[in-house]
Design a protein around this ligand. Structure first.
Ligand SMILES: C[S@@+](CC[C@H](N)C(=O)[O-])C[C@H]1O[C@@H](n2cnc3c(N)ncnc32)[C@H](O)[C@@H]1O
Length: 205
């Protein structure tokens, strides 16, 4: 079964399991958008749109997802500001270089088979000085995590990988610098990480 098929099946139940458990982490992760001037923001793997209630109103938003059933639910929510919904793959984003000031990566880097492609694409579509806001579950470098690694072949095919080490992903992508990393949930398994793209805002060199 592909991820698109399993998320089509999961879509009707997704909010019941995730809304309350992730509300505070989402709010904290999206904090840097609050005081920023009007920007173009990409919600990569928007899902059912659980981030939408936490978004400030001054920006223009694009939500991208692979699964039509998840996008339909996002469409039924009232967005806080203009929201364009696009079907696509975060590992091959259908946007020009430097299209966004910020990319929100909530519960997507550990979902896709090639997180380094997702992060490289994030780097490509960000403008210089742009931010990537990450909320996801990662193993610590060197963590054995035997049961997570044992479950990973099945979990990764159905819903999410359990074996992603963020540091290994970031090492394979140049141009994004980590400036914030804090534990969010489940004893630090879930983390809030913020990256900044090198360069000055407003410059393309
Ligand atoms: C765990 S959900 C996270 C949704 C949302 N970001 C959130 O925080 O609730 C993962 C989402 O990624 C989507 N997805 C899976 N693979 C994808 C891909 N290659 N490109 C875009 N979206 C993908 C799924 O359809 C699903 O909506």
């Amino acid at each position: 079964m592909s991820l698109r098929h399993s998320y089509t099946f999961i879509a009707p139940f997704y909010d019941a399991f995730l809304t309350a458990a992730t509300r505070e982490a989402r709010r904290r992760s999206l904090g840097p958008l609050a005081g920023a001037p009007a920007q173009e923001v990409l919600l990569a793997g928007i899902g059912t749109g659980l981030d939408l209630p936490h978004l400030p109103t001054q920006h223009r938003y694009t939500g991208l997802d692979l699964t039509a059933a998840m996008l339909r639910r996002a469409k039924n929510r009232r967005p806080p500001a203009p929201l364009r919904l696009v079907r696509g793959d975060v590992q091959a984003l259908p946007f020009a270089d430097g299209s966004f000031d910020a990319v929100v990566l909530h519960l997507i880097l550990a979902v896709v088979p090639r997180p380094e492609r997702c992060l490289a694409e994030t780097d490509r579509v960000l403008r210089p000085g742009g931010l990537a806001l990450i909320f996801d579950k990662f193993l610590q470098p060197g963590e054995r995590a035997l049961w997570k690694r044992a479950l990973n072949p099945v979990a990764g095919r159905l819903a999410t990988r359990l074996d992603v080490v963020f540091e290994e992903v970031l090492d394979r992508v140049s141009g994004l610098e980590r400036y914030h990393d804090e534990p969010a949930l489940a004893g630090g398994w879930f983390r809030l990480i913020r990256l900044r793209k090198a360069g000055q805002p407003g410059r393309s060199d």
